[in-house]
Design a binder for this molecule. Structure first.
Ligand SMILES: N[C@@H](CCC(=O)N[C@@H](CS)C(=O)NCC(=O)O)C(=O)O
Length: 209
């Protein structure tokens, strides 16, 4: 049955379209125009109480019942559980997926997101401190991931996982937060490997707005 993807064309939104495409799940996009405040509509808040995209509604959820999920990390875990794909069962392989997914959710998203914000601030004196702080932290995070990818092919090991889809959503916007991937050769190699995957490509290209 077709999953509803309530979303918009943003890094957090793209994580889920990539995962759905990679998993081969049928879905339809329901755009939520966050530039027009549609994320505040009561019908959307009913499935996403923090009034942020993305959210999904699965008509065939647990026990065959309609089920909604908000927060991109929770959605990725749900889809991984549902399909048994990109989320290994053995704990020894699963924990690294949790680790790198949480790393993304807690840092490699909020930090470049602040860079995107401060880049838009008009007055140089208001922009300077925030931009310097969040750019530095964003580059530090790229360095952490680069080191990780020096020892593993993908975020959680030698197989692609939902953690890669989460991280890719933000790495996909590296130009916007002014990071040159040439400075992080392992991240560049990983990025190019993912971008060459047909499912990932479709997930990044499907219209979300
Ligand atoms: N932690 C949330 C963050 C979601 C998020 O920040 N969504 C943004 C777009 S990328 C949004 O909906 N912004 C609208 C708003 O803040 O009103 C997740 O990963 O799902």
């Amino acid at each position: 049955m077709t999953i509803e993807l309530h979303t918009w064309n943003t890094p957090n939104g793209r994580k889920i379209s990539v995962a759905l495409e990679e998993m081969g799940l049928p879905y339809k996009v329901i755009p939520v125009n966050i530039t027009k405040g549609e994320q505040m509509a009561p019908s959307f808040v009913a499935i996403s109480p923090n009034n942020k995209i993305p959210a999904i509604v699965d008509p065939d959820g647990p026990d065959g019942k309609r089920f909604s999920v908000f927060e991109s990390g929770a959605i990725l875990l749900y889809l991984g559980e549902k399909t048994g794909r990109f989320l290994p069962k053995p704990l020894i392989e699963r924990i690294p997926v949790y680790e790198w997914l949480m790393w993304q959710m807690g840092g490699f998203g909020p930090m470049p997101g602040q860079v995107h914000h401060f880049l838009q601030v008009e007055k140089a004196e208001d922009r300077r401190y925030g931009l310097e702080r969040y750019m530095k932290e964003t580059r530090r995070l790229y360095g952490v991931f680069d080191k990780r990818l020096g020892e593993a092919q993908f975020a959680a090991g030698d197989e692609v996982s939902i953690a890669d889809f989460a991280i890719l959503g933000w790495a996909w916007r590296h130009e916007r937060h002014q990071v040159d991937l040439a400075d992080f050769p392992n991240v560049k190699r990983w990025y190019e490997a993912l971008m060459a995957r047909p499912g990932t490509k479709r997930g990044l290209e499907v219209p979300l707005s």
